[in-house]
Design a protein. Structure first.
Ligand SMILES: C[S@@+](CC[C@H](N)C(=O)[O-])C[C@H]1O[C@@H](n2cnc3c(N)ncnc32)[C@H](O)[C@@H]1O
Length: 281
């Protein structure tokens, strides 16, 4: 009978299905162990990425400087300044590698040729200044003064926090002037103020704020210029207080940053208004 035959042959092939020679079992166990460890590693990396990236937009920490060093030659000039590249050049870079590179090189928003052209059109020859310029990549390409409080290299709490997350500080190049945002705007009286990825002044975390107690008071800046243009990411900057004041919002595929969700990169523009500042306090 065909059914019996096949059952018999199965039994003959493998007389006792639960039994296998000891070497086979050892092989199977070590293989299983290997997959278990590999899965655990992948799970751990994902967890690190999710928790750190979502909260602080930092790099995936399992990537090291060695993994992304190849990007130095593509992204940096010999002076240490970021090259001005079209967004298409960034599109060909693995996003995790780009984010890790930014984090290891103190970069947040990355100027592209498209962004610089767009901002120049908005500035339209008016006097302008960049605040919180970090390394100064954007202001340099716009040909405007770059200013920064040097918070990430001088404030001990910030330095400690960045070190804890293994992030490099935004380290201003020599042509970035050490000036906090409010002083820069009061003193220079620019008609346009540009900021990229600068966190607003906030209460400490313990008091329910986002924690940057040294950030600029954007209300003050807004009240002193014709146009305030902020380049950032909705996930990171979308809840800033200033968004309660009428403004325009622009999203373009050529906005590039270290953000985990690049599709949320954004430009906010406050223009030509007398600010109802009291409303914000
Ligand atoms: C997140 S980094 C962004 C740097 C740069 N704009 C970029 O996109 O790569 C924020 C920068 O703002 C600076 N900063 C923080 N508070 C400031 C303040 N009150 N006035 C001026 N700069 C400030 C920090 O020193 C830091 O360089």
């Amino acid at each position: 009978m065909p059914a019996n035959t096949s059952g018999l042959s199965r039994r003959l092939d493998n007389p006792c299905p639960s039994w296998s020679p000891p070497q086979d079992r050892a092989k199977r166990v070590s293989l299983r162990l290997f997959w278990l460890l590999a899965a655990r590693r992948r799970w751990y990396d994902k967890l690190v990425d999710r928790t750190l990236s979502a909260k602080t937009c930092v790099e995936p920490t399992h990537l090291t400087a060695k993994d992304v060093r190849y990007l130095d030659g593509i992204l940096l000039e010999p002076t240490g300044r970021l090259r001005l590249l079209p967004a298409s050049s960034y599109a060909s870079i693995d996003l995790l590698h780009l984010r890790a590179w930014c984090s290891l090189n103190g970069r947040y928003g990355l100027p592209t040729t498209e962004l610089v052209a767009w901002l120049k059109e908005r500035i339209a020859g008016r006097s302008a200044v960049e605040i919180g310029a970090g390394c100064g990549d954007l202001g340099f390409r716009l040909g405007i003064p770059m200013t920064d409080s040097f918070q990430q290299v001088t404030d001990p709490a910030t330095v400690g926090m960045l070190a804890q997350f293994r992030q490099a500080p935004a380290t201003p190049l020599p042509d970035v002037e050490p000036e906090d945002a409010e002083t820069a705007v009061r003193r220079r009286k620019p008609r346009v103020v540009i900021a990229s990825w600068v966190a607003e002044r906030s209460k400490p975390k313990e008091e329910g704020g986002t924690g940057n107690v040294h950030g600029p008071r954007e209300e003050d800046i807004l009240g002193r210029c014709e146009s305030y243009i902020f380049v950032g990411n909705e996930a990171v900057h979308g809840k800033k207080r200033l968004r309660r004041v009428p403004h325009l919002m622009f999203k373009y595929p050529w906005l590039v940053s270290r953000a985990r969700k690049p599709e949320l990169n954004v430009i906010y523009l406050w223009e030509g208004q007398t600010m109802p500042l009291k409303q914000l306090r």
